[in-house]
Ligand binder design. Structure first.
Ligand SMILES: [Zn+2]
Length: 358
């Protein structure tokens, strides 16, 4: 463990001893109405010493699936933390959360403002407080996100897989899909990881929702990570398959129109396979959008009306062998399994033959 400037034991005036659980608050900034903006934080400590894991949600204020995941953890307590500490933050970007938006009131993106500065902009100062008060106390981070507005993501982990410690943590989480990368400049996970708090993100579902399968992926993944670190007892739940890649691209609409989807998030597609048919408002075909390469659908638009250049489908491109094995594993997945249910729940394909007299 790294030498931490602050511990998970002392939070301003509050002491959380080993074996205790307590809500604490961190004053982050002040509102226009001169009120204190204080982030609620839940500290859950095991009796034995061990690593500290930070779980954060709603760094983008409208991405509240993670808030639902943390609520489930708090109310159900599906496992016992035996060693180390779990630090849970249901909403990081309180200002964005209040207005159901991604951004801060100064229109900056908090997730591009880390590690921040005490003398910088509103966003930068807020980022610095979060960094000093939360990130610097912890050894690992799990940052919970969704797709941006009008898009959805099949649950996937993003982490710098060239870092062996972080790669092992990311694989332990147990999503089928992992996209490797350090993350954008100024992002929470990039800055936290480079400061020694090994941080991954879960990208799952869409804004303004708490989706049951996303909550299930999140709970399972957090529990898996804590088992991996020896903080929680039990066996790691394995994903249906593992597909890792550092390459993904958006397939975009070439024409304006209304889409009829042929594949859903999570689907494995072959080069040339139709992804969506772009139609006129009378339903007449204008063009068919096809997969440029063999890949897996990471995310899709949730709004079927598109203009030229609008994103339609986010494809990940694992290696051919990985993709082949993933396809075989997906064919064998039961409809009742978490992966099987997620493939159905994220579905956007209207079946043929609705109605009729049969
Ligand atoms: Zn986000």
């Amino acid at each position: 463990m790294k030498n931490q400037p602050k511990s998970v034991e002392c939070w301003d005036q509050t002491v959380v001893a080993p074996g205790e659980q307590q809500e604490v608050g961190i004053k982050i900034t002040e509102s226009y109405a001169s009120a204190s903006i204080t982030i609620p934080v839940y500290v859950w400590r095991g009796k034995e010493p061990g690593p500290s894991v930070l779980v954060t949600a709603a760094v983008h204020g409208d991405e509240i699936n993670g808030t639902g995941i943390i609520h489930h953890l708090l109310t159900e307590q599906p496992f016992e933390v035996r060693s180390g500490s779990l630090v849970l933050v249901p909403v990081v970007n309180l200002s964005g959360f209040e207005t159901h938006t991604r951004y801060l009131p100064d229109r900056r993106d908090l997730n591009r403002s880390f590690p921040g500065s005490n003398s910088g902009s509103f966003a930068s100062r807020m980022a610095r407080r979060i960094f000093d008060e939360l990130v610097m106390r912890c050894d690992y981070g799990i940052d919970l996100h969704t797709a941006a507005v009008r898009r959805t993501n099949f649950p996937n982990i993003r982490a710098d897989m060239t870092n062996p410690e972080l790669a092992a943590f990311a694989r332990a989480f147990g999503t089928e899909l992992i996209v490797s990368g350090k993350g954008p400049e100024g992002s929470f996970r990039r800055c936290a990881s480079s400061a020694g708090c090994m941080t991954l993100i879960l990208e799952a579902g869409e804004v303004w929702k708490v989706e049951p399968t996303v909550v299930e992926y999140g709970i399972r993944g957090i529990q898996n990570c804590l088992i991996h670190l020896g903080m929680v007892e039990g066996d790691i739940h394995q994903p249906a398959f593992r597909a890792e890649t550092d390459t993904s691209r958006w397939v975009r609409a070439q024409r304006g129109g209304f889409l009829r989807f042929h594949v859903a998030p999570g689907a494995i597609v072959e080069q040339g396979q139709p992804i969506a048919t772009n139609t006129s408002l009378m339903g007449q075909e204008r063009n068919v959008i096809k997969a440029p390469r063999n890949g897996i659908v990471l995310g899709m638009t949730t709004i079927p009306s598109v203009a030229p250049g609008d994103p339609v489908c986010h494809l990940a491109y694992p290696k051919a062998g990985t993709l082949r094995r993933a396809g075989q594993a997906q064919d064998a997945v039961s409809d009742e399994s978490l992966h099987g249910r997620a493939l159905q729940n994220f579905g956007n394909v209207i079946p043929d033959g609705i109605g009729g007299t049969a």
